[in-house]
Design a protein around this ligand. Structure first.
Ligand SMILES: C[S@@+](CC[C@H](N)C(=O)[O-])C[C@H]1O[C@@H](n2cnc3c(N)ncnc32)[C@H](O)[C@@H]1O
Length: 212
């Protein structure tokens, strides 16, 4: 491990307080990401030395905002598995669905899930093709860096309507995104500070009544 990577993993461990087994699964995720990143662009190359804080811990912090022991967690636009594979590593009893439209990234998710031994269900499809269809209900629906909040609510609406809690990490434009989303949708939202980025917030959707 490079000195940067070692220090970054140690910093992330302040947020990621988990069993040895879960940590081993997360180490395996990072190992797989390094291996596949050599031939395809899974995450921004500049973020790789900081993969533990920028991606793993940033994903892990969502767990504190979720109801305890969710049965079903759906992550939309999972990319390299953030936050979906981190959730799957931390919640072995939860059925975790990862929806990713890029077939190469979906192949990575399948291989990484197998290597981690987490058995996440990978859907190589666009969110709209599976949400409300193959996936009818969930306790949690998450998405990081997929689209604007308003579009996210559209993608997640069949699950939010049936009672899922939404967890959506957002950057400094979060207030503007909330204002725009309120023009299209009726929902209750709370904002939570990010433990990994002082300017970021996590939007938690706790009630959703559909379009305006
Ligand atoms: C910017 S990346 C974010 C990946 C990951 N969530 C993260 O935060 O690192 C957005 C991902 O969503 C996928 N994507 C875009 N539109 C999608 C859709 N409608 N349904 C499912 N996945 C989609 C892209 O292929 C890409 O992997």
């Amino acid at each position: 491990m490079t000195p940067d990577r070692t220090a970054d993993r140690a910093a992330a461990r302040k947020v990621i307080n988990v069993s040895r087994e879960t940590l081993a699964r997360l180490d395996q995720l990072v190992f797989m990401l390094d291996r596949w990143q050599a031939t395809m662009n899974l995450v921004a190359p500049a973020s790789l030395p900081f993969v533990w804080t920028r991606h793993v811990a940033d994903s892990f912090q969502l767990l504190a905002l979720a109801p305890t022991k969710p049965d079903v967690w759906v992550d939309l636009g999972s990319g390299a598995g953030f936050p979906g594979l981190v959730v799957a590593a931390a919640l072995p009893g939860t059925s975790v669905h990862l929806v990713e439209s890029n077939v190469k990234k979906a192949a990575f998710l399948r291989e990484a899930s197998r290597a981690m031994g987490v058995g996440a269900v990978i859907h190589a499809a666009r969110a709209d093709a599976v949400v409300g269809k193959a996936i009818e209900t969930a306790d949690i629906v998450s998405a990081r860096a997929l689209s604007s909040l308003s579009e996210l609510l559209g993608h997640a609406s069949p699950l939010l309507k049936t009672g899922a809690v939404g967890l959506f990490p957002k950057g400094r434009e979060v207030e503007a995104e909330l204002t725009a989303a309120r023009e299209c949708w009726r929902f209750n939202a709370s904002l939570h500070p990010s433990l990994t980025d002082a300017e970021a917030r996590i939007v938690r959707i706790d009630g959703f009544d559909g379009p305006r």
